[in-house]
Design a binder for this molecule. Sequence first.
Ligand SMILES: [Zn+2]
Length: 290
Amino acid sequence: MSLTNLKILGAVAVTAAAFAFAAHGQSTESGHEPYPPFKIGEGLYYVGASDYTSYLIVTKAGLIVIDGGDAPVGHQVVQNIRALGFDPKNIKILLNTHEHFDHAAGLAEIKRAAAPDVKFYASAADGAIVAAGGKGDPFLKGARFEYDPVKPDVTVKDGDKVSLGGWTLTAHITGGHTPGCTTWTFPVTVAGKVRQALDLCSASVLAGYKLGRTETYPGQTADYEHSFAEWRKLPCEVFIASHGSFYGLKAKKAALDAGKADAFVDPAGCRAFVDKAEAHFRDELKKQNP
Ligand SMILES: [Zn+2]
């Protein structure tokens, strides 16, 4: 879930139900329109939709996919991988930023197309919710948020590394948006230089989240505090995230098409995003705890 989707709803009282309505494509802007797949860096490809993202990493030992979008995006990811000339049957590792349907509902479809021995890695908190098909989220309740479940094969803790074919990704548990929200970092070569990529889970405080004295889930406020400190510490040169709107996917893709080979290298944009998201979090915290 993103802040942008919420803003579309404007002054309307935002309930989880209204939220789902917007996120399911009945608003003017939906996140799951097909989007052409493209190369971000050496071995790193965008295979997601217009806003719900998915990334493909091509290693010499097989493919890694991070996030599945919602259910329609799951199909698109598989098609996008084929369109790039890769075989989804070589997907050996599936990763997830968080359990919300717009990032996890497509995982089941991708898993069906993947190698029979594909391994799904997820954090303990979010992995349990993906295993239950979205049931158990502390805020998004009801059938419209549920999806085809996928059971994690491996549980990742903060700092755990996932390796395949010369690539190593590090998991950072950056909770708040969801209890086990996971940010992934890894080195990648872009325009001839090794850069540190950061796939930011989400820093959004959804309208209706309770912070401070009363919380949407116990420990949520402290989780956000930890996450903002963590995002400030982590190197973030290639800035990507669970929603394209977080990092200006479309503008960067246009710059890439216009010849800017390192369009996705944007450490300043990464810091600015964290600053803005933290300011919003602090505003909400203050408002709710006068
Ligand atoms: Zn979300």
